[in-house]
Design a protein around this ligand. Sequence first.
Ligand code: DAH
Length: 337
Amino acid sequence: MHLLEQLRDDALRDIESARDEQALESVRVKFLGRNGGISMWGEQMKTLAKEEKPIVGKLLNEARNAVTAALEARAEKFRSQKEGEALANIDISLPGTPHEIGSLHPLTQMLDRAIAIFRRMGFAVADGPDIETEWHCFDALNTPPDHPARNEQDTFYLPDGRLLRTHTSTVQIRTMESAPPPIRVIAPGAAYRRDEVDATHSAQFHQIEGLYVDENVSVADLKGAIEFFMRELFGADTAVRFRPHYFPFTEPSFEIDVKSKALKGGEQWIEVCGSGIVHPAVFEQVNKARGDDAYDPDKWTGYAFGLGMDRLAMILFDIPDIRFFAQNDLRFLKQFA
Ligand code: DAH
C-alpha cells in the first residue's frame, strides 16, 4: 500500500470517529490544512522523478477527493442532527396561529360594481379632494351664499374656511377646470354632512357623481344612461322613475327612483339619485375660473347625476342600518366575504 493510501485511510477513520464539528475541523486541518499530511504530498510532487509524478499525482487526487467527500458527508450529518434536536423541542401538536384573510368591504364591492358598469358606458373615473373650498362646493355650483346648504350646521368647516365636501358634485367643477369638453366622467368618493346620525344618516357617506358634457345632450341621454345602469345593477325588470325636483346646479332637475322585484320590498319605489341638465350658470363659473370660453353654454350642454352609494348597497345587500358600514364589526363584514 502506498503511503498516500495509508494517509487516506487514516483520515477516513479519524473522520468517522470525530464526535463533533470541532473535532471534524481538526481532522481537516491535520490532513488537508496548509501543513496537513495530504497537502504536504502536493508540495513534494516537485521533487519526484518524472515517471513517478503521474502515479503519485493520481493517488494524491484520489486521496484528496475521498477525504473531502467524507468531511462533507460527516459535516452534513452533524447539521441534520442539530436540526433534528431543535425540532424535537417543538410541540407540533400545538394548534397554530390562524391567519385571517381579509375581504372587500361591502361598500367597496358596491362601488367596484357600479364603476365597472359606467366604464362599459365610456365613463372615465375622476377624483377630487374631500377637503374642499367653499367655491368648489357651492359658488361654482350656482349655490348662492344665502342657500340653506351653506348653513354652518350643514357640514364641517376648517378654521381656514375650507370644508368637508357635502357632495361629490365638486368633482364636476374640478374636472371642467382642468379639461375642455367633451367630458364623460364619474367620481366615486366620500361626502360629509352634520346630520343627526341614525339608521339612514351618517356624517360620512358615499356617492358616485356623473358628468357628461357634449353637444346636444338631452334628458333622453340622461334617462338612457341611468336606466341602463340600474338594470345592469338590479336586473332587467327594474323600473326607473324620474320625479321633477330642484337642484341649484341643474335645470331641469330630477330625483330618480327605482323599483325592482329583485330588491327587498319589491313593489316599493326607492329614491337613489339626484340628476339634471347642467345649469348654464355652472358653465359660466367654470369659464371664469379657466379664464376662457371653453364651456360656452350656447355650444355645450350636459347632464349630471349623484348616486347615493350607501343607499344602493343597503338595498342591494339588504342592510338595515347605515352605521354598520363604519363599525368594523367582523360579524357584519364577514357576511360579505
Ligand atoms: N349633489 C346632490 C346631493 O348630494 C346630488 C346631485 C343632484 C348631483 C343633481 C348631481 C345632480 O350631479 O345633477 O344631494
